[in-house]
Ligand binder design. Structure first.
Ligand code: ZN
Length: 505
């Protein structure tokens, strides 16, 4: 008998029993009506992998999976009992039930495990599992601006991360290289801002998601208990806004949607009130399409050359009593946070938003995503902000190479799977109060060089499995993770995901 269930993330507590639950396909699933959506999705997921429904006959007719509501379990928690005669899953919420069903889905994808696939069927080892997440925010960011990925690929990734109990899909929708959703009052954002001339392919590339596409993705994710958090980047990374609306830049242009990669000096003109008209409409659109309380406002990598020289920006600084361009950026950030608040949304931004000024402090409700190492996260927690840890120094940047090898794809550095596994979202030196402000961790795939969905899969898997375990469980053991990983990668093969299989640096 195996001494644990070989699934990822490893549950908080597993007690192995004797024997197996045997079946020849998806057994009957009975449950409280409130879980019907979760049960339907679970069936569809297994059927999509060629596992047929199974109706036991005769003596086995009472067997199957029973899904029960148990009020005393915490929101995302589940209890799973696999016995010879039946499987019982308990949760108080749809999210908890979904996580439990995903743990079962993993076992079905490997034909049961430990015992392996029996003749013409599945053998799931008997076990008692108690499980719940360590952090609520367990995220993946996919940059769909630098490269446009199809709606179907986005859904494929959301389904795959939900297999690992991730809770957040952070959708990076705007950047210098493309604007990816329609805003009614500003049709040129998609007409012009979504396309760029791509010298690698000698043609225009790009695209955008229609409102119906976005609703479809959000609903698909919700059925998998994944929350979609949109990101729009202001006031930098704005070439795809400036190309169609050059009046919103300091120099008036002309501008183009960027084909190059990097940080560009043309940003939204902070002295022009018209930028806030546009931002209002953008936020209205996000509020219309995304039920999440979070909106990511970017806020990273803003160069100040244009603001320093722009008469309108200088006038704004004089009138508002701001000493320099840095203060001008905090002034904008505070405005963005307030504008979202008026729409019932909470802002989250990259750790640059912490670089505020005494007159324009970052409002306390704004959350901070720590990417330039861990320092921003520590400072934000100390100052009372909620924090998501996503340090590029700890393996969270999936655009980096998976191992330092010139034959591997990736740029800028190395994010090894072991390094990511060992990322602790909470710093050792944090007080209990500071630690309580860390709401989770996330991995990010920037896609400047990831110009095909198949390459994105290779960059994401299996590194995201390490992230999933590191933000789910309290008890981490890399050697044990490495032992479980090949079994788990065989499951991901059945989901048709291209994966890295080199050394686990
Ligand atoms: Zn200006």
């Amino acid at each position: 008998m195996p001494d644990t269930l070989n699934i990822i993330p490893l549950p908080q507590s597993v007690k192995m029993g004797e024997g197996f639950f045997n079946c020849k396909g998806i057994p009957p699933v009975k449950g409280d009506g409130i879980f019907s959506r979760e049960i339907d999705v679970f069936r569809q997921q297994l059927e999509a992998c060629g596992i047929p429904a199974w109706i036991p006959a005769g003596q086995g007719a009472e067997t199957g999976i029973v899904c029960r509501k148990v009020e005393t379990l915490k929101d995302e928690a589940y209890r799973l009992k696999i016995a010879r005669e039946k499987i019982i899953l308990e949760a108080s919420s749809g999210a908890g039930m979904y996580h439990g069903l995903q743990s079962l889905r993993q076992l079905f994808l490997s034909g049961g495990e430990g015992g392996g696939k029996t003749e013409g069927g599945f053998a799931l080892p008997c076990a008692d599992v108690e499980d719940y997440p360590r952090f609520p925010w367990r995220g993946l960011m996919l940059d769909c601006s630098r490269n446009f990925y199809s709606k179907n690929f986005v859904k494929k990734i959301i389904d795959a991360i939900s297999l690992h109990h991730l809770s957040i899909f952070h959708w990076h929708l705007t950047d210098d290289q493309g604007w990816r959703f329609p805003v009614d009052a500003y049709p040129l954002l998609t007409e012009i801002g979504s396309k760029r001339y791509d010298k690698r392919r000698w043609r225009y590339t790009g695209g955008f998601y229609t409102k119906d596409d976005i609703r479809e993705v959000v609903a698909y994710a919700a059925a998998r208990h994944v929350e979609v958090v949109p990101e729009v980047d202001f006031p930098g990374h704005a070439s795809s806004i400036l190309a169609p609306y050059p009046g919103l830049g300091c120099t008036g242009g002309p501008y183009g949607v960027e084909d190059r990669f990097g940080i560009f000096e043309d940003v939204l003109c902070a002295g022009n009130d018209a930028i806030f008209d546009l931002i209002e409409k953008v936020f209205d659109t996000l509020a219309e399409l995304f039920p999440s309380k979070w909106v990511h406002i970017g806020g990273d990598e803003v160069l100040y050359n244009r603001w320093n020289e722009c008469p309108k920006c200088r006038k704004r600084m004089e009138e508002t009593g701001l000493k320099n361009s840095r203060e001008l950026q905090s002034w904008i950030t505070v405005k963005l946070v307030q504008m979202l608040g008026e729409r019932g949304k909470t802002a989250i931004g990259w750790d640059e938003i912490l670089e505020d000024t005494p007159a324009y402090k970052l409002p306390p409700q704004a959350a901070v995503m720590s990417w330039r190492g861990r320092k921003g996260g520590a400072e934000a927690a100390e100052r009372g902000h909620s924090v998501v840890m996503s340090p590029n120094t700890d393996g969270c940047y999936l655009d980096y190479q998976p191992v330092n090898d010139p034959d591997e794809p990736g740029q800028l550095g190395t994010s090894g799977i072991k390094q990511l596994y060992n990322m602790n979202a909470v710093d050792a030196g944090m007080s209990a109060e500071e630690a309580s402000r860390i709401i989770g961790g996330q991995a990010n795939l920037w896609t400047e060089l990831v110009y095909a969905a198949r390459i994105a899969e290779y960059m994401i898997f299996p590194r995201i499995c390490a992230l999933a375990e590191t933000v789910w469980t309290e008890k981490k053991d890399f050697d044990d993770f490495a032992r479980r990983l090949p079994l788990h990668q065989a499951r991901l093969d059945k989901l048709d995901l291209i994966q890295y299989r080199g050394p686990l640096a």
